[in-house]
Each structure stands twice: as C-alpha cells, then as structure tokens.
Design a protein around this ligand. Structure first.
Ligand code: NAD
Ligand code: AKB
Length: 316
C-alpha cells in the first residue's frame, strides 16, 4: 500500500464518487478523504464538507489529514455555467487558485481535470490535435483554457507537480452527470434500462467525443502515477475513448432493447456541442504514459445496460 493521503475536492460529483472508491481500493480506505460543498445523502465516513472557495477551511482540512495529493474536481460544467457565467468563472478559477497556491506551499501533487470544451469552432473537428487553436464559446471552456495555462505556469515557475487531462464526455452507470452538454449520453441509458422512451436535447447527427467511466478513472490514476519525467505536457493531455451521435448510441441500445424510442428536441446545449470536436487525437497520452482506451460503443452499451437493468429491477 502506498503512503499517500489524498484529498478529493468535488467528491460527490459524477467522477468524484467513482474515483473515491477506486482510490480507496488502491491506496487504502483511510487514506482517501472525500470532500464537497454538498453533504452526501448516505453515511460517508471521513467525509469533509468543504467549499473550495474558502481558503482557510481548505488549509484546515489539509492540515488535519496531512494531505500529500489533491484531486481538484469541483467545477461548474458547460450547460450550468452558461446559465450563470460569473458564478461559473468564480468557482472554476478562484477554486483552482486556492488549490494551486496550497499545492505550491505544501508541495502536494495535484490533478486538475480539463475538458474537450477548451476547443472552439476554429479547431479541426475530426481527430482534433493536442495543439489546436483554443477559442471556446462557453464560460466553462474559457475557464478550462485559463486553468490549464495557470497549471503550466505553477509547474514552470514554482515546480508544482500538477497533471491534467482534457476529458471527453464521461459515461458511467454508477453516478449521474452534473450539468454538462454530454449528459444526454448517460440519461439515454437510464431511460432505456427503465423501458422508457428518451427525448434528446442534442440533435440526432451531432457526434461528440466520449469515454466510459472505467477508462476515464484508469487514465486519471495512470497519469497521476506516471514518473514525473514522462509528463511532457503540463497544460492538459487530449484523451479519447470513442465518438458517436445520438442516433448511433440509440442504435447500439436497440441491439439490447429492440423497441427503444428516441425523439429529438435540441436546445441551447446543441449549440455548445456544435462548437466542440467530433473526435480527438490522444496520441501524446499514448506516447507519454501508455494510454489506450478499452471501451468502444458496443462494449460500453453492454456494460451500462447490464448494470442499470439490474439496478432498476431490484428497485421495483
Ligand atoms: P459534477 O458536477 O458531477 O461534480 C462536481 C462536484 O463539485 C459537485 O459534487 C459539486 O457539489 C462540487 N462543487 C461545486 N462547487 C463546489 C465548491 N465551491 N466547493 C466544493 N465542491 C464544489 O462534475 P463531474 O462531472 O464529476 O466533473 C468533475 C470535473 O471533471 C470537473 O472539473 C469537470 O469540469 C471535469 N470534466 C467532467 C466531464 C464529464 O463528462 N463528467 C468531462 C470533462 C471534464
Ligand atoms: C460537459 O458537457 O460540460 C462536460 C464536459 C465534456 O466537459 N461533460
């Protein structure tokens, strides 16, 4: 067992809740401290209620648990951010500054998740390269571009060992998404598993880069455990799992749920999706820390429906 004490900020979210369990398996239950501004609705030992904007509270929690690593997941995602841009900027930027300053002072290793939202309409749409132009159209994307660059700055100027991934849309059966543009790709599986129809807020042919939760968690821990000298990108690594449109995911679901029905009512999130890449070139992650996705669309659909059908069957 490794001698690390890891703080997860935003641990109640879609990724944080799954990452907490995986890190507990790998590093030991008591060595992982989940924290969030929202208190979990279940019994959660070692949980700390923490607002990342409260610097004093953040320092207190870190001191109390002698934290050596931080996964800073707290953020306001793309769709929610557009509804209140200044709040999104405040949480996403000032939260990151608090964590970067702390990691600089206490010499902690830090994970900062970025997103495909850093890309805008000027980036090549297919197989978007690592160094495509970054001209995002959302406050979320703007905050992630700025965040990536601040991470690189803290690494170069102060030696902070900060590592980052530009996640595509993440799909998992364990948790629900928290207000993004790619949320439809989780919701659609829940509807299918419950035997319901689904209305997609993304248009039928809009293809987006996505990744299965198991792959996203594996990539995150793989990057964090890679030798520092192998990390040649200190802004954020492109990462890819698969790409599909709502029509394609519906077809893959119909291989299991033959009468599954989908209709389309695109809303403001369609415009965000249109500004993002359709697929991502993640070859630098492969070269630097041996990244390779394991789940494609059929394999993910199989696993999602298996778990969700079990859950909804035991719920009735
Ligand atoms: P989420 O919205 O599900 O979870 C975020 C968590 O942060 C929530 O539990 C929320 O309560 C918490 N939070 C919000 N404000 C806070 C504050 N002031 N202090 C402490 N906690 C606060 O998001 P997620 O999907 O789990 O995403 C985690 C990270 O990964 C985010 O930075 C996000 O931008 C990034 N990301 C996610 C995806 C995805 O598809 N899920 C894709 C790309 C990047
Ligand atoms: C969102 O849709 O906002 C997130 C993301 C891709 O960053 N899922």
């Amino acid at each position: 067992m490794k001698k690390e004490k890891i703080l997860i900020i935003g641990a109640n979210g879609q990724i944080g809740s799954v990452l907490t369990n995986q890190l507990r398996d790998q590093y030991g239950y008591d060595n992982i401290i989940p924290s969030d501004i929202r208190v979990p609705d279940h019994d959660a030992p070692l949980f700390e209620r923490l607002d990342v904007l409260d610097k004093a509270q953040l320092h207190e929690v870190v001191k109390k648990h002698t934290i050596t690593q931080i996964y800073h997941l707290a953020a306001i995602l793309s769709a929610k951010g557009e509804l209140n841009p200044k709040w999104a900027w405040d949480v996403n930027m000032n939260g990151l500054f608090n964590v970067l300053d702390l990691a600089k002072e206490k010499k902690q290793k830090l994970f900062f998740p970025s997103s495909i939202a850093v890309f805008g309409p000027e980036a090549q749409k297919e197989n978007t390269p690592q160094y495509a132009p970054l001209t995002p159209t959302t406050v979320y994307g703007i905050s992630k571009v700025a965040g990536e660059n601040w991470c690189q700055y803290y690494h170069k100027k102060y030696g902070v060992d900060v590592r980052s991934i530009r996640y595509p849309g993440i799909i998992g059966h364990e948790s629900l998404p928290g207000g993004g543009t790619t949320d439809y790709a989780v919701e659609i599986y829940h509807a299918a598993a419950k035997g319901e129809a689904y209305t997609s807020f993304i248009d039928k042919d809009t293809r987006l880069p996505m990744i299965y939760m198991a792959d996203a968690i594996r990539a995150t821990i793989q990057l964090m455990e890679a030798p520092s000298e192998d990390i040649s990108i200190r802004t954020s690594y492109n990462l890819s799992g698969m790409s599909f449109s709502p029509i394609e995911i519906a077809q893959s679901i119909r291989a299991h749920v033959h009468d599954f029905k989908v209709t389309f009512e695109p809303d403001f999130r369609e415009e965000i999706a249109q500004s993002w890449p359709s697929s991502i070139d993640d070859s630098r992650a492969g070269e630097d820390w041996n990244w390779k996705a394991e789940f494609d669309l059929p394999k993910m659909t199989n696993d999602m429906l298996k778990h969700l059908k079990e859950r909804y069957m035991t719920a009735v």
